[in-house]
Ligand binder design. Structure first.
Ligand code: NAP
Length: 647
């Protein structure tokens, strides 16, 4: 049975028999996704006519609507689409078989152009065709009958869920230890007002659990958390997850070649579990970082971090101070501005803003209906969103060594800068005092950029809001002192000051072969081969580990899926060899990390000296991936067995 014929046939029939709704749905559709979805449904590949192809020009600061299709081409495309839907209805609504490989390539190339063949497996994985293209495709019983393998996963956030699911598909024994009371990781913990995705949502979902019913293009935290909880339910993961278990230590035993993991339960008691392998899915942004300011704890009123939001503190009519202007502050400030008496926002470094007019917009009902009722439309929409972010703005952040203009790293980066400067002038032109404060002096791409749909500028312009750029010198019971000698009175203090992103696996005590202490060995500068393996720590794997964060392109969910595929490849190799442990060879680890460092030195975030959470205390960009998504796919997905010792 084809994937098209399995989805919502009743809904599709109802849509096809309601001409007004059908016309509205086609009008509301993203045509670069609609045409391949219809070709998929009907088998009529002429619908992906090269003459209708979206040019997908990536402008410095945005992607054009409808992939840049000219208005006349859009009209032709809608006409073709409507005709195809009518013909499908009148022909008895028989869905075509899924396209063969050549057909699939034709559909994919309609969206992504004459992309090299090497991209196609990656893109087919994201499209989810064949369905669950990323499934392991093997089981323990098949590769090593009679053998068992037990794995402990630390964390049930985004990375932990995909890890638990994929391991479960192979029959490996999985126990997930999660310190919180529920799954969801950062999407559980960050409950501050306004929390939502700032990357397009269809691409921010698992390839194996694609979701047609997102209400927004950039979903709210509640919707994403519900999605993740739904994944845990739908794939039967809850039975493997022990919530309220905070891992405090993991120790490798050289004799038994097994790991002992100690976890503290909510009631304070400790439990010790043993396993053949440990997978850390602890994430990067889960340990709140409070500002390093004298008197921090002296504040008399409630003071809390955005990721530990105090829902019991009513901000109505209060004088509120927010420290920080990163992604969290950008969402909090506009969400609370209406109810507070005064709002003082302390900015140390202004971020660049990317124009995103539809950031908070719901998906219009006509398109939601199409998403629900037209099989595969949501997959092709995901494919389209994903393709536009595969390399995304990455080329705009590449350093040209011959470029010497301050505040940019290449001609392309300077063009992006000019577009973003113009955007800031449009937003703050009526307030020169604010414009001077919010204009960054560093290259775009050196720090994370913010989404702008006017709510941040509008909030800063309110009469009861002040943006303070004088450095904070001290926190006192009444408020915050700045270097100009002012005291900014406040009743409530909110730290939107980010996370200890570079302290991977902290504060867990991890002890490897011969008692090697992970944190002592890293000495504050975490490194891992492929972001996964650390020398001296057999059968310890990281998902979303060092140097796997993304600044400007792609999806972190894909990275986690790729890393898990790699780990499964290692575990399968262990089973087939009859080995017990896998450990990266130091030479492979060192060569890889040298390449990553050299790569980051060619990117805006690697050369700029501006503050950012991408770099650790040693100044190394230890969080972020410098290359393309395809590079990660090629380098990581399938382990190179020569890089490891198998004992
Ligand atoms: P962040 O980007 O690290 O921002 C922290 C802010 O606090 C910065 O403006 C920083 O200034 C400021 N700050 C820190 N210490 C300070 C001090 N002592 N005095 C004055 N200012 C100080 O943290 P975040 O906003 O929580 O975001 C972290 C990451 O989480 C994001 O980049 C993103 O990856 C993720 N996130 C995602 C979403 C989403 O998808 N919707 C939402 C929120 C967060 P400097 O810039 O000078 O360091």
């Amino acid at each position: 049975m084809s994937i098209a014929s399995t989805a919502a046939p009743a809904g599709l029939a109802a849509l096809l028999n309601d001409e007004d709704a059908l016309v509205a749905a086609v009008r509301g559709a993203e045509l670069p996704a609609l045409l391949p979805a219809l070709a998929h449904l009907t088998g009529d590949l002429s619908l992906v006519d090269p003459a209708l192809r979206p040019p997908l020009r990536l402008l410095p600061d945005r992607i054009e609507p409808q992939g840049g299709m000219a208005p006349a081409v859009q009209e032709r495309a809608r006409h073709r689409a409507l005709g195809a839907l009518h013909a499908f209805r009148d022909g008895g609504m028989v869905a075509a078989p899924d396209p063969d490989e050549a057909g699939l390539r034709t559909l994919m190339r309609f969206v992504s152009g004459d992309v090299g063949d090497e991209y196609l497996p990656l893109m087919a994985h994201e499209l989810g065709l064949p369905v669950d293209a990323g499934a392991p495709g093997w089981t323990v019983d098949e590769v090593a009958p009679g053998r068992t393998l037990d794995v402990i996963v630390i964390g049930a956030g985004v990375s932990g869920l995909v890890t638990a699911h994929r391991l479960g598909q192979t029959g490996i024994g999985v126990t997930v230890l999660e310190r919180n009371a529920d799954v969801g990781g950062v999407w559980l913990e960050n409950s501050y007002p306004g929390a939502r995705l700032d990357t397009p949502n269809f691409a921010y979902s698992f390839s194996f659990a694609q979701e047609p019913a997102w209400p927004h293009r950039f979903s709210t935290r509640a919707d994403i958390h519900a999605y993740l909880a739904g994944v845990a339910d739908r794939f039967g993961l809850r039975g493997r997850i022990r919530c309220g278990h905070e891992v405090v230590a993991a120790t490798f035993d050289d004799g038994t070649r097994r790991w002992t993991v100690r976890a503290r339960r909510d009631d304070g008691s400790e439990v010790a579990l043993q396993a053949d392998a440990v997978i850390s899915a602890t994430g990067q942004l889960n340990r709140p970082k409070l500002p390093d300011v004298p008197g921090r704890d002296a504040f008399a009123g409630p003071a809390f971090h955005t990721a530990r939001w105090r829902h019991d503190v009513d901000l109505t009519g209060r004088r509120v101070a927010v420290i920080g202007t990163g992604a969290s502050a950008y969402q909090v400030v506009p969400s609370i501005v209406d109810r507070v008496r005064s709002l003082t926002v302390f900015q140390r470094t202004p971020p660049w803003m990317l124009p995103t007019p539809d950031y908070h917009e719901p998906i219009p009902p006509a398109e939601r209906r199409l998403l629900r009722d037209l099989p595969t439309y949501h997959r092709w929409l995901r494919y389209y969103q994903f393709w536009t972010s595969v390399d995304g703005r990455r080329p705009f952040a590449e350093v040209d060594p011959d470029w010497h203009e301050a505040g940019s790293v290449s001609a392309r980066n300077a063009a992006l800068r000019r577009a973003l400067e113009a955007h800031l002038r449009r937003r703050f032109g009526d307030r020169p005092d604010l414009l001077a404060k919010v204009m960054p002096d560093y290259a775009p791409g050196a720090k994370r950029m913010m989404r702008d749909n006017r709510v941040w500028p509008a909030a800063l312009k309110r009469a009861h809001v002040e943006l303070v750029t004088d450095p904070i010198t001290r926190i006192v019971p009444e408020g915050v002192h700045t270097a100009d000698g002012r005291l900014h009175d406040a009743d409530v203090l909110i730290h939107a000051t980010g996370f200890h992103a570079s302290d991977f696996l902290a504060p867990i005590r991890v002890s490897g072969r011969g008692g090697r202490d992970l944190h002592a060995w890293w000495a504050g500068d975490a490194r891992a081969h492929l972001g996964v393996h650390v020398p001296g720590f057999p059968n310890l794997f990281c998902v979303f580990g060092p140097n796997t964060g993304l600044v400007i392109n792609g999806s972190i969910l894909l990275f986690s899926e790729i890393a898990v595929h790699h780990i499964l490849g290692c575990l399968r190799e262990l089973l087939t060899r009859g080995a017990r442990t896998v450990e990266v060879r130091p030479a492979a680890h060192d060569a890889y990390n040298a390449a990553v460092d050299a790569g980051n030195a060619r990117m805006a975030w690697g050369v700029a000296t501006v503050n950012s959470w991408y770099r650790n205390a040693a100044g190394r960009a230890s969080q972020v991936w410098p290359f393309t998504l395809l590079d990660y796919w090629r380098m990581v997905r399938v382990p190179d067995t020569a890089d490891f010792r198998w004992d």
